[in-house]
Write a protein that binds this ligand. Sequence first.
Ligand code: 5GP
Length: 186
Amino acid sequence: MTDSGKLVLFSGPSGVGKDTLLDILAAKCPELQRSVSLTTRAPRENETDGVDYYFVSSADFEKMLQDGEVLEFAQYGKYMYGTPKRPVDKWLQEGKTVVLKIEVQGAAKIKKMYPHALAIFIMPPSMEILEKRLRRRGTEDEDDLLRRMAIARDEVEKRHDYDFVVTNDDLEEAANVVLRILRQES
Ligand code: 5GP
C-alpha cells in the first residue's frame, strides 16, 4: 500500500449502535474521516442525502460500478451498498484515518485489498437485546426487521475474522474501548 493513511472497518449487525458510536467517536476525534456510502435503499426520516448516504437509483449504482467508481459493494437485504472509491483514495493519500461503516462481505473484500486495515466488530450484548433495539428504533417494517435479524445472526458468526470485537452494552464505555483501540493501533 503506497498510501500513508489508515483504513478502519466498522461492522456489526443492524441496530447495534454503529452510527451512535461513530458520532461519539467523531466528537472525540475530529481527525477521523467518515466515508459516505452509496445505497439504493430509501432514506429514513432522519437521514440526509450526502451526509448519511448518497441515496441513488439502482441504475446509477450500476453505472458507478461499471465506471470503476466503487471500491467495494455488497447486497444487504434487498438493497445495494457501496463505498465510493475516489474520496477514500484521496483521504488515504492525505494520510487520514478513514472509517468505513460496512457489512461483513464488504469488510472481507477490503481486508484482502488493504491487509493493514483495522477491522472492528461491534457486538450486541445479546440477540434479544439487538431485536429490542431494532424494534425500538422503528425504522423498518416487520419483513425488513426479520430480514435484518436473520442477516445479524450470520454476521455475528464472522466476528472472529475481525481484529477486535467490542460489545456495545453501554455506549460511552464501548466508545472508550474503540477509542483506545484506535489510539493504540495508529
Ligand atoms: P443500513 O440500511 O442499516 O444503513 O445499512 C445496512 C448495512 O449495510 C449495515 O451493516 C451497514 O454497515 C452496511 N453498509 C453501509 N454502507 C456500506 C458500504 O458502503 N458497503 C458495504 N459493504 N456495506 C455497507
